[in-house]
Design a protein around this ligand. Structure first.
Ligand SMILES: N[C@@H](CCC(=O)N[C@@H](CS)C(=O)NCC(=O)O)C(=O)O
Length: 112
């Protein structure tokens, strides 16, 4: 549920269809935490939905309703709120985010 089929690289080096999580981010243009979160997501090379709540009270209310928080950014993975930039950064640092994205982080060196 809440996943999209996408063509992605598999860890074996071939190509395979895999389910990637649906990522959404509510943000404000002037907020540095929002910019850092957007940059982190962009660096992953994944597609994600951006929701600009800078001057949009309706969408901001939706964000608060869904997340229970008033600060931006608010990030959702498969409809589940994970929090803001600090939370995304921690998830990424732990390797769990890449795992959810199906990214190979092993960096196995090539045999000589
Ligand atoms: N720890 C949060 C900090 C986010 C934050 O402080 N955002 C500011 C704007 S840059 C904000 O929304 N402040 C208003 C509030 O906290 O309600 C994160 O990493 O996302």
């Amino acid at each position: 549920m809440n996943t999209v089929k996408t063509f992605t690289r598999s860890s074996s080096g071939g190509n395979a269809f895999a389910s990637t999580p649906r990522i959404e981010i509510y943000f404000k243009t002037w907020c540095p935490y929002s910019r850092w979160a957007l940059a982190l997501l962009s660096d992953k090379g994944i597609s994600f939905k951006t929701i600009d709540v800078t001057d949009n009270r309706v969408l901001e209310a939706e964000m608060i309703d869904r997340s229970g928080r008033t600060s931006v950014p608010q990030i959702f993975i498969d409809n589940e709120g994970i929090g803001g930039y600090d939370d995304l950064k921690a998830l990424d640092a732990s390797g769990a985010f890449d795992q959810q994205l199906g990214v190979d982080t092993e960096n196995t060196p090539l045999a000589a």
